[in-house]
Design a protein around this ligand. Structure first.
Ligand code: HEM
Length: 480
Protein backbone atom coordinates (compact mmCIF):
# COMPACT_ATOMS: atom_id res chain seq x y z
CA UNK A 1 0.00 0.00 0.00
CA UNK A 2 1.45 3.37 -1.00
CA UNK A 3 0.29 6.35 0.95
CA UNK A 4 -0.55 9.45 -1.03
CA UNK A 5 1.23 12.49 0.38
CA UNK A 6 -0.13 16.00 -0.26
CA UNK A 7 1.15 17.54 -3.52
CA UNK A 8 4.31 19.61 -3.66
CA UNK A 9 7.64 19.96 -5.43
CA UNK A 10 9.30 16.62 -6.14
CA UNK A 11 12.70 16.37 -4.52
CA UNK A 12 15.77 14.21 -5.02
CA UNK A 13 16.05 10.96 -3.06
CA UNK A 14 17.62 11.33 0.38
CA UNK A 15 18.20 15.08 0.39
CA UNK A 16 14.62 15.79 -0.62
CA UNK A 17 13.69 19.31 -1.63
CA UNK A 18 16.62 21.11 -0.08
CA UNK A 19 17.39 22.87 -3.39
CA UNK A 20 13.78 23.88 -3.97
CA UNK A 21 13.45 25.57 -0.65
CA UNK A 22 13.06 29.30 -0.58
CA UNK A 23 15.65 31.00 1.59
CA UNK A 24 13.71 34.20 2.21
CA UNK A 25 10.02 35.00 2.68
CA UNK A 26 9.13 31.30 2.55
CA UNK A 27 5.49 32.13 3.26
CA UNK A 28 5.15 33.66 -0.21
CA UNK A 29 6.60 30.58 -1.89
CA UNK A 30 4.35 28.23 0.09
CA UNK A 31 1.34 30.32 -0.88
CA UNK A 32 2.49 30.15 -4.49
CA UNK A 33 2.88 26.35 -4.30
CA UNK A 34 -0.74 26.16 -3.15
CA UNK A 35 -1.82 27.89 -6.36
CA UNK A 36 0.56 25.86 -8.49
CA UNK A 37 -0.59 22.48 -7.09
CA UNK A 38 -4.18 23.63 -6.63
CA UNK A 39 -4.22 22.47 -3.00
CA UNK A 40 -4.32 24.39 0.27
CA UNK A 41 -2.19 21.65 1.80
CA UNK A 42 1.27 21.08 0.31
CA UNK A 43 4.12 18.76 1.20
CA UNK A 44 7.87 18.69 0.76
CA UNK A 45 10.69 16.74 2.25
CA UNK A 46 13.94 17.97 3.64
CA UNK A 47 16.72 15.61 4.66
CA UNK A 48 14.41 12.78 5.58
CA UNK A 49 11.83 14.92 7.39
CA UNK A 50 8.32 15.45 6.05
CA UNK A 51 7.03 19.00 6.07
CA UNK A 52 3.37 19.88 5.45
CA UNK A 53 2.21 23.46 4.98
CA UNK A 54 -1.40 24.55 5.56
CA UNK A 55 -2.21 27.57 3.42
CA UNK A 56 -5.87 28.27 4.24
CA UNK A 57 -7.97 29.15 7.26
CA UNK A 58 -10.11 26.05 6.60
CA UNK A 59 -7.17 23.61 6.60
CA UNK A 60 -5.59 25.29 9.64
CA UNK A 61 -8.89 25.04 11.50
CA UNK A 62 -9.54 21.41 10.42
CA UNK A 63 -6.17 20.25 11.73
CA UNK A 64 -4.87 22.69 14.36
CA UNK A 65 -8.28 23.22 15.95
CA UNK A 66 -10.49 20.20 15.27
CA UNK A 67 -7.65 17.68 15.57
CA UNK A 68 -5.71 19.58 18.20
CA UNK A 69 -4.72 16.37 20.01
CA UNK A 70 -2.44 15.48 17.10
CA UNK A 71 -1.30 18.95 16.05
CA UNK A 72 -0.50 20.93 19.21
CA UNK A 73 3.04 19.65 19.72
CA UNK A 74 6.18 21.69 19.00
CA UNK A 75 9.48 20.36 17.73
CA UNK A 76 11.41 20.52 21.00
CA UNK A 77 15.13 20.28 20.45
CA UNK A 78 18.39 19.59 22.24
CA UNK A 79 19.51 23.14 21.40
CA UNK A 80 16.83 24.52 23.65
CA UNK A 81 17.96 22.34 26.52
CA UNK A 82 21.65 23.15 26.02
CA UNK A 83 21.00 26.90 26.19
CA UNK A 84 18.43 26.90 29.00
CA UNK A 85 15.67 28.09 26.68
CA UNK A 86 13.66 24.95 27.37
CA UNK A 87 12.13 27.15 30.08
CA UNK A 88 10.35 28.97 27.24
CA UNK A 89 7.08 27.16 27.56
CA UNK A 90 5.94 28.42 24.14
CA UNK A 91 8.45 25.97 22.66
CA UNK A 92 7.89 22.94 24.86
CA UNK A 93 6.19 19.67 24.01
CA UNK A 94 2.44 19.28 24.17
CA UNK A 95 1.31 17.42 27.29
CA UNK A 96 0.47 17.85 30.96
CA UNK A 97 3.53 19.94 31.78
CA UNK A 98 2.70 22.40 28.96
CA UNK A 99 -0.97 22.39 30.02
CA UNK A 100 -0.05 23.44 33.55
CA UNK A 101 1.92 26.41 32.18
CA UNK A 102 -0.97 27.40 29.98
CA UNK A 103 -3.40 27.24 32.89
CA UNK A 104 -1.20 29.33 35.18
CA UNK A 105 -0.47 31.94 32.49
CA UNK A 106 -4.12 32.16 31.50
CA UNK A 107 -5.22 33.11 35.02
CA UNK A 108 -3.31 36.37 34.71
CA UNK A 109 -3.68 37.22 31.01
CA UNK A 110 -7.19 36.03 30.11
CA UNK A 111 -9.51 38.55 28.49
CA UNK A 112 -11.34 39.33 31.73
CA UNK A 113 -8.14 39.98 33.65
CA UNK A 114 -6.06 42.20 31.38
CA UNK A 115 -7.79 45.40 32.48
CA UNK A 116 -5.53 45.08 35.55
CA UNK A 117 -2.62 46.19 33.33
CA UNK A 118 -4.31 49.11 31.60
CA UNK A 119 -2.94 51.86 33.78
CA UNK A 120 0.64 50.52 33.53
CA UNK A 121 0.34 50.32 29.74
CA UNK A 122 -1.18 53.79 29.58
CA UNK A 123 1.73 55.23 31.48
CA UNK A 124 4.24 53.36 29.30
CA UNK A 125 2.56 54.79 26.18
CA UNK A 126 2.63 58.34 27.60
CA UNK A 127 6.35 58.00 28.35
CA UNK A 128 6.88 56.72 24.80
CA UNK A 129 5.07 59.74 23.36
CA UNK A 130 7.36 62.10 25.25
CA UNK A 131 10.42 60.18 24.04
CA UNK A 132 9.11 60.30 20.47
CA UNK A 133 8.76 64.04 20.84
CA UNK A 134 12.30 64.48 22.17
CA UNK A 135 14.16 62.17 19.76
CA UNK A 136 11.83 61.19 16.92
CA UNK A 137 14.72 59.71 14.91
CA UNK A 138 14.89 56.88 17.40
CA UNK A 139 11.23 55.97 17.03
CA UNK A 140 11.76 52.23 16.69
CA UNK A 141 13.94 52.12 19.83
CA UNK A 142 11.31 54.09 21.76
CA UNK A 143 8.57 51.73 20.66
CA UNK A 144 10.67 48.69 21.56
CA UNK A 145 11.57 50.23 24.92
CA UNK A 146 7.90 50.80 25.65
CA UNK A 147 6.81 47.23 24.87
CA UNK A 148 9.76 45.73 26.77
CA UNK A 149 9.76 47.93 29.87
CA UNK A 150 5.98 47.69 30.15
CA UNK A 151 5.93 43.90 30.33
CA UNK A 152 8.82 43.89 32.85
CA UNK A 153 6.93 46.32 35.06
CA UNK A 154 3.71 44.32 34.85
CA UNK A 155 5.30 40.94 35.45
CA UNK A 156 8.16 41.77 37.85
CA UNK A 157 7.39 45.31 39.09
CA UNK A 158 10.72 46.31 37.52
CA UNK A 159 11.30 49.99 37.08
CA UNK A 160 13.38 50.24 33.92
CA UNK A 161 14.71 53.78 33.60
CA UNK A 162 16.31 53.75 30.18
CA UNK A 163 17.72 51.58 27.43
CA UNK A 164 21.04 51.13 29.28
CA UNK A 165 19.44 49.63 32.36
CA UNK A 166 21.37 46.41 33.23
CA UNK A 167 18.16 44.46 33.88
CA UNK A 168 17.08 45.24 30.33
CA UNK A 169 20.48 44.25 28.89
CA UNK A 170 20.23 40.91 30.68
CA UNK A 171 16.87 40.01 29.14
CA UNK A 172 17.98 41.30 25.74
CA UNK A 173 21.18 39.19 25.84
CA UNK A 174 19.18 36.13 26.82
CA UNK A 175 16.62 36.67 24.07
CA UNK A 176 19.48 37.13 21.61
CA UNK A 177 20.49 33.52 22.27
CA UNK A 178 17.25 32.28 20.69
CA UNK A 179 18.24 33.84 17.37
CA UNK A 180 21.52 31.89 17.53
CA UNK A 181 19.74 28.54 17.68
CA UNK A 182 17.25 29.19 14.94
CA UNK A 183 18.22 29.01 11.28
CA UNK A 184 16.93 31.98 9.36
CA UNK A 185 13.80 30.49 7.90
CA UNK A 186 12.06 29.61 11.13
CA UNK A 187 13.30 26.08 11.74
CA UNK A 188 15.12 24.88 14.76
CA UNK A 189 18.17 23.09 13.43
CA UNK A 190 17.68 19.73 15.01
CA UNK A 191 14.06 19.39 13.93
CA UNK A 192 15.70 17.77 10.94
CA UNK A 193 17.59 14.64 11.99
CA UNK A 194 19.89 14.54 8.97
CA UNK A 195 20.98 18.15 9.42
CA UNK A 196 22.93 16.98 12.44
CA UNK A 197 25.51 15.55 10.10
CA UNK A 198 26.35 18.94 8.72
CA UNK A 199 29.25 19.92 10.98
CA UNK A 200 28.63 23.67 11.33
CA UNK A 201 25.12 23.06 12.58
CA UNK A 202 25.75 19.98 14.62
CA UNK A 203 25.69 20.62 18.35
CA UNK A 204 29.31 19.50 18.60
CA UNK A 205 31.96 20.52 21.08
CA UNK A 206 32.27 24.14 19.89
CA UNK A 207 28.54 24.63 19.98
CA UNK A 208 28.32 22.96 23.36
CA UNK A 209 30.95 25.32 24.76
CA UNK A 210 29.06 28.35 23.41
CA UNK A 211 25.76 26.96 24.65
CA UNK A 212 27.17 26.51 28.16
CA UNK A 213 28.18 30.21 28.18
CA UNK A 214 24.77 31.31 26.89
CA UNK A 215 23.00 29.11 29.41
CA UNK A 216 24.48 31.15 32.25
CA UNK A 217 22.85 34.27 30.81
CA UNK A 218 19.53 32.58 30.08
CA UNK A 219 19.35 30.98 33.55
CA UNK A 220 20.20 34.32 35.11
CA UNK A 221 17.39 35.98 33.16
CA UNK A 222 14.85 33.48 34.43
CA UNK A 223 16.17 33.26 37.99
CA UNK A 224 17.47 36.67 39.08
CA UNK A 225 14.20 38.66 38.94
CA UNK A 226 12.38 35.65 40.36
CA UNK A 227 14.71 35.38 43.38
CA UNK A 228 14.58 39.13 44.01
CA UNK A 229 10.83 39.23 43.94
CA UNK A 230 10.48 36.10 46.00
CA UNK A 231 12.64 37.54 48.75
CA UNK A 232 10.56 40.74 48.88
CA UNK A 233 7.45 38.58 48.91
CA UNK A 234 8.80 36.54 51.83
CA UNK A 235 9.83 39.67 53.73
CA UNK A 236 6.29 40.99 53.34
CA UNK A 237 7.32 43.93 51.13
CA UNK A 238 4.79 43.14 48.42
CA UNK A 239 5.51 44.67 45.05
CA UNK A 240 2.32 44.63 43.01
CA UNK A 241 2.90 42.59 39.86
CA UNK A 242 1.93 39.34 38.15
CA UNK A 243 4.74 37.37 39.81
CA UNK A 244 3.74 38.53 43.30
CA UNK A 245 0.18 37.40 42.54
CA UNK A 246 1.47 34.06 41.29
CA UNK A 247 3.54 33.55 44.44
CA UNK A 248 0.59 34.47 46.63
CA UNK A 249 -1.71 32.11 44.71
CA UNK A 250 0.61 29.11 44.90
CA UNK A 251 1.44 29.71 48.54
CA UNK A 252 -2.29 29.58 49.31
CA UNK A 253 -3.14 26.53 47.24
CA UNK A 254 -1.02 24.20 45.09
CA UNK A 255 -4.19 22.48 43.79
CA UNK A 256 -2.60 19.10 44.30
CA UNK A 257 0.55 19.85 42.28
CA UNK A 258 4.07 19.14 43.48
CA UNK A 259 5.21 22.54 44.88
CA UNK A 260 8.65 22.21 43.23
CA UNK A 261 7.05 21.64 39.82
CA UNK A 262 4.69 24.53 40.39
CA UNK A 263 7.59 26.80 41.31
CA UNK A 264 9.31 25.95 38.01
CA UNK A 265 6.08 26.67 36.14
CA UNK A 266 5.88 30.09 37.80
CA UNK A 267 9.53 30.82 36.91
CA UNK A 268 8.94 29.73 33.31
CA UNK A 269 5.67 31.53 32.71
CA UNK A 270 6.92 34.82 34.15
CA UNK A 271 10.34 34.49 32.49
CA UNK A 272 8.93 33.82 29.02
CA UNK A 273 6.73 36.92 28.82
CA UNK A 274 9.47 39.34 27.77
CA UNK A 275 10.70 37.11 24.93
CA UNK A 276 7.12 36.58 23.75
CA UNK A 277 5.84 40.14 24.14
CA UNK A 278 8.48 42.78 23.52
CA UNK A 279 9.55 42.14 19.95
CA UNK A 280 6.23 40.92 18.51
CA UNK A 281 4.26 43.88 19.86
CA UNK A 282 7.07 46.32 18.98
CA UNK A 283 7.30 45.14 15.36
CA UNK A 284 3.54 45.50 14.92
CA UNK A 285 3.77 49.13 16.04
CA UNK A 286 6.69 49.83 13.69
CA UNK A 287 4.49 48.35 10.95
CA UNK A 288 1.84 50.87 11.98
CA UNK A 289 4.32 53.74 11.55
CA UNK A 290 5.27 52.42 8.11
CA UNK A 291 1.61 52.04 7.08
CA UNK A 292 0.92 55.63 8.17
CA UNK A 293 3.71 56.90 5.90
CA UNK A 294 2.40 54.88 2.99
CA UNK A 295 -1.28 55.81 3.59
CA UNK A 296 -1.66 59.40 4.80
CA UNK A 297 -5.41 59.23 4.11
CA UNK A 298 -5.81 56.39 6.64
CA UNK A 299 -3.97 58.42 9.24
CA UNK A 300 -6.17 61.47 8.62
CA UNK A 301 -9.35 59.40 8.92
CA UNK A 302 -8.21 57.98 12.28
CA UNK A 303 -7.28 61.45 13.55
CA UNK A 304 -10.61 62.91 12.50
CA UNK A 305 -12.41 60.15 14.33
CA UNK A 306 -10.44 60.91 17.48
CA UNK A 307 -11.04 64.67 17.23
CA UNK A 308 -14.76 64.05 17.34
CA UNK A 309 -14.48 62.00 20.54
CA UNK A 310 -11.58 63.32 22.57
CA UNK A 311 -11.34 66.66 24.23
CA UNK A 312 -8.19 68.67 23.60
CA UNK A 313 -5.16 67.46 25.53
CA UNK A 314 -6.54 64.10 26.52
CA UNK A 315 -4.90 60.87 25.43
CA UNK A 316 -7.22 58.13 24.23
CA UNK A 317 -8.02 55.49 26.80
CA UNK A 318 -9.35 51.95 26.41
CA UNK A 319 -12.77 53.23 27.52
CA UNK A 320 -12.82 55.17 24.25
CA UNK A 321 -12.42 52.01 22.19
CA UNK A 322 -16.16 51.61 21.64
CA UNK A 323 -16.42 55.09 20.19
CA UNK A 324 -13.33 54.76 18.01
CA UNK A 325 -14.04 51.83 15.66
CA UNK A 326 -11.80 53.17 12.90
CA UNK A 327 -8.77 53.10 15.23
CA UNK A 328 -9.69 49.53 16.23
CA UNK A 329 -9.96 48.56 12.56
CA UNK A 330 -6.59 50.19 11.90
CA UNK A 331 -4.95 48.08 14.63
CA UNK A 332 -6.58 44.92 13.23
CA UNK A 333 -5.29 45.80 9.78
CA UNK A 334 -1.71 46.17 11.11
CA UNK A 335 -1.84 42.64 12.52
CA UNK A 336 -3.33 41.28 9.28
CA UNK A 337 -1.22 43.13 6.73
CA UNK A 338 2.22 42.20 8.07
CA UNK A 339 2.08 39.46 10.72
CA UNK A 340 5.41 39.46 12.61
CA UNK A 341 5.40 35.64 12.78
CA UNK A 342 4.23 34.62 9.29
CA UNK A 343 4.72 30.87 9.84
CA UNK A 344 3.51 28.85 12.83
CA UNK A 345 5.53 25.69 13.45
CA UNK A 346 4.13 22.46 14.96
CA UNK A 347 4.98 18.78 14.90
CA UNK A 348 2.40 16.03 14.31
CA UNK A 349 2.09 13.38 17.00
CA UNK A 350 0.38 10.57 15.06
CA UNK A 351 -0.32 9.32 11.53
CA UNK A 352 -3.31 11.06 10.03
CA UNK A 353 -5.40 11.30 6.87
CA UNK A 354 -6.73 14.60 5.55
CA UNK A 355 -8.56 15.19 2.26
CA UNK A 356 -7.37 11.75 1.18
CA UNK A 357 -3.73 12.61 1.86
CA UNK A 358 -1.49 10.90 4.35
CA UNK A 359 0.35 12.92 7.01
CA UNK A 360 3.00 10.77 8.70
CA UNK A 361 3.64 11.01 12.46
CA UNK A 362 6.52 13.37 13.24
CA UNK A 363 5.78 15.67 10.28
CA UNK A 364 6.80 19.30 10.74
CA UNK A 365 3.51 21.16 10.29
CA UNK A 366 3.59 24.77 9.17
CA UNK A 367 0.52 26.97 9.52
CA UNK A 368 0.99 29.70 6.93
CA UNK A 369 -0.58 32.60 8.86
CA UNK A 370 0.51 34.94 6.08
CA UNK A 371 -1.48 32.98 3.47
CA UNK A 372 -4.55 32.89 5.74
CA UNK A 373 -4.36 36.65 6.30
CA UNK A 374 -3.76 37.35 2.61
CA UNK A 375 -6.54 35.16 1.25
CA UNK A 376 -8.28 37.35 -1.33
CA UNK A 377 -11.61 35.58 -0.70
CA UNK A 378 -11.67 36.79 2.91
CA UNK A 379 -9.65 39.97 2.54
CA UNK A 380 -10.07 41.34 -1.02
CA UNK A 381 -6.98 43.07 -2.42
CA UNK A 382 -5.03 41.64 0.51
CA UNK A 383 -1.75 43.47 0.00
CA UNK A 384 -3.39 46.87 0.35
CA UNK A 385 -3.45 48.36 3.84
CA UNK A 386 -7.12 49.19 4.26
CA UNK A 387 -8.72 49.37 7.74
CA UNK A 388 -12.13 50.03 6.13
CA UNK A 389 -12.35 46.36 5.17
CA UNK A 390 -13.37 45.74 8.79
CA UNK A 391 -16.11 48.41 8.80
CA UNK A 392 -19.63 48.65 7.40
CA UNK A 393 -21.09 51.68 5.60
CA UNK A 394 -22.09 53.24 8.90
CA UNK A 395 -18.51 52.92 10.15
CA UNK A 396 -19.28 50.14 12.61
CA UNK A 397 -17.09 47.04 12.97
CA UNK A 398 -18.37 44.27 10.71
CA UNK A 399 -19.16 40.89 12.20
CA UNK A 400 -18.94 39.05 8.88
CA UNK A 401 -15.24 39.78 8.24
CA UNK A 402 -13.11 37.38 10.28
CA UNK A 403 -10.75 38.92 12.81
CA UNK A 404 -7.13 38.40 11.78
CA UNK A 405 -6.48 35.98 14.66
CA UNK A 406 -4.04 33.90 12.60
CA UNK A 407 -1.40 36.51 13.50
CA UNK A 408 -1.57 34.93 16.94
CA UNK A 409 -1.49 31.32 15.75
CA UNK A 410 -4.07 28.58 15.92
CA UNK A 411 -5.99 26.21 18.20
CA UNK A 412 -4.81 25.25 21.64
CA UNK A 413 -1.49 27.01 21.29
CA UNK A 414 -2.87 30.28 20.01
CA UNK A 415 -1.04 33.19 21.67
CA UNK A 416 -2.43 33.48 25.21
CA UNK A 417 -1.04 37.03 25.44
CA UNK A 418 -3.22 38.29 22.58
CA UNK A 419 -5.78 40.16 24.70
CA UNK A 420 -3.05 42.03 26.47
CA UNK A 421 -1.16 42.58 23.19
CA UNK A 422 -4.24 44.07 21.50
CA UNK A 423 -4.78 46.45 24.43
CA UNK A 424 -1.19 47.70 24.23
CA UNK A 425 -1.38 47.98 20.44
CA UNK A 426 -4.60 49.96 20.65
CA UNK A 427 -3.35 52.34 23.35
CA UNK A 428 -0.07 52.94 21.53
CA UNK A 429 -1.68 53.36 18.10
CA UNK A 430 -4.35 55.76 19.36
CA UNK A 431 -1.81 57.65 21.51
CA UNK A 432 0.71 58.09 18.70
CA UNK A 433 -1.94 59.23 16.21
CA UNK A 434 -3.50 61.65 18.70
CA UNK A 435 -0.14 63.21 19.52
CA UNK A 436 1.62 63.21 16.15
CA UNK A 437 1.26 63.56 12.50
CA UNK A 438 3.56 60.79 11.23
CA UNK A 439 5.10 61.94 7.99
CA UNK A 440 7.62 60.98 5.36
CA UNK A 441 10.98 62.57 6.15
CA UNK A 442 12.61 65.18 3.95
CA UNK A 443 16.29 64.77 2.98
CA UNK A 444 19.01 67.51 3.00
CA UNK A 445 17.99 68.60 -0.50
CA UNK A 446 14.39 69.03 0.54
CA UNK A 447 13.16 65.91 -1.25
CA UNK A 448 10.53 63.73 0.37
CA UNK A 449 11.95 60.27 1.12
CA UNK A 450 9.53 57.55 0.06
CA UNK A 451 9.52 54.41 2.24
CA UNK A 452 10.37 51.21 0.37
CA UNK A 453 7.91 49.16 2.44
CA UNK A 454 10.50 46.38 2.58
CA UNK A 455 10.55 43.72 5.28
CA UNK A 456 13.47 41.66 6.51
CA UNK A 457 13.32 37.89 6.10
CA UNK A 458 13.39 35.52 9.09
CA UNK A 459 11.15 33.59 11.45
CA UNK A 460 10.22 36.95 12.94
CA UNK A 461 9.84 39.45 10.13
CA UNK A 462 10.20 43.17 10.80
CA UNK A 463 10.25 46.23 8.53
CA UNK A 464 13.68 47.07 7.10
CA UNK A 465 14.94 50.20 8.92
CA UNK A 466 13.28 53.38 7.62
CA UNK A 467 12.97 57.00 8.67
CA UNK A 468 9.84 58.86 9.73
CA UNK A 469 9.08 62.36 11.00
CA UNK A 470 6.87 62.77 14.09
CA UNK A 471 5.28 66.24 14.12
CA UNK A 472 3.42 67.17 17.31
CA UNK A 473 -0.29 67.77 16.59
CA UNK A 474 -1.22 69.10 19.98
CA UNK A 475 0.55 70.59 22.93
CA UNK A 476 2.05 67.60 24.74
CA UNK A 477 0.63 68.41 28.14
CA UNK A 478 -1.66 65.47 28.55
CA UNK A 479 -3.70 65.69 31.68
CA UNK A 480 -4.16 62.52 33.72
C1 HEM B 1 1.47 41.48 18.49
C2 HEM B 1 1.96 40.75 19.47
C3 HEM B 1 2.05 39.25 19.47
C4 HEM B 1 2.04 38.37 18.42
C5 HEM B 1 1.94 38.67 16.94
C6 HEM B 1 2.16 37.04 19.00
C7 HEM B 1 2.16 35.87 18.25
C8 HEM B 1 2.27 34.60 18.79
C9 HEM B 1 2.27 33.38 18.02
C10 HEM B 1 2.17 33.31 16.51
C11 HEM B 1 2.40 32.33 18.88
C12 HEM B 1 2.45 30.84 18.51
C13 HEM B 1 1.04 30.32 18.44
C14 HEM B 1 0.87 28.94 17.86
O1 HEM B 1 1.77 28.10 17.89
O2 HEM B 1 -0.23 28.69 17.34
C15 HEM B 1 2.47 32.90 20.21
C16 HEM B 1 2.60 32.15 21.35
C17 HEM B 1 2.74 32.71 22.61
N1 HEM B 1 2.64 34.05 22.95
FE1 HEM B 1 2.31 35.58 21.68
N2 HEM B 1 2.23 37.14 20.35
C18 HEM B 1 2.17 38.47 20.68
C19 HEM B 1 2.19 39.01 21.96
C20 HEM B 1 2.33 38.28 23.12
C21 HEM B 1 2.33 38.85 24.45
C22 HEM B 1 2.15 40.32 24.76
C23 HEM B 1 2.52 37.80 25.33
C24 HEM B 1 2.60 37.82 26.83
C25 HEM B 1 2.08 38.71 27.60
C26 HEM B 1 2.61 36.58 24.53
C27 HEM B 1 2.79 35.32 25.05
C28 HEM B 1 2.82 34.16 24.30
C29 HEM B 1 3.06 32.84 24.88
C30 HEM B 1 3.31 32.54 26.35
C31 HEM B 1 2.99 31.92 23.82
C32 HEM B 1 3.15 30.40 23.89
C33 HEM B 1 1.82 29.70 24.07
C34 HEM B 1 1.85 28.19 24.00
O3 HEM B 1 2.79 27.60 23.49
O4 HEM B 1 0.86 27.58 24.46
N3 HEM B 1 2.49 36.92 23.21
N4 HEM B 1 2.37 34.28 20.13
Amino acid sequence: LRYRLPPGPKGLPLIGNIFDLPRRFEWLTYQEWSRQYDSDIVHFEILGTHVVVLNSAAAASDLFEKRSKIYSDKPETTMLHLTGWNRNWGLIKYGDYWRLHRRVFHQYFRSTNVYAYHSASKKAVRDMIFSLHRTPDKFSQHIRFMTGSNILRIVYAMDIKDEDDPSLSLVEDAVDVISKIVIPGAYLVDSFPLLRHIPAWFPGSRFKRDAAKWKIIVDEMFMRPYRELKSSFESGALKPCVLTDMLADISRDTQGHDPAVLEDVVINTSGTTYAAAAETTGITLVTLVLAMLMHPEVQKTAQKEMESVLSEGRLPDLDDRESLPYVTALVKECTRWRPPIPLIIRKSLAHDEYKGFHIPAGTIMIGNAWAVLHDPETYPDPDTFNPSRFLDDAGRLRKDVPDPWATFGFGRRICPGRHFALDVLWLAAAGMLAAFSIEKPVDELGNVVEPTGEYLPGGISSPAPFKAAFKARSALDFAE
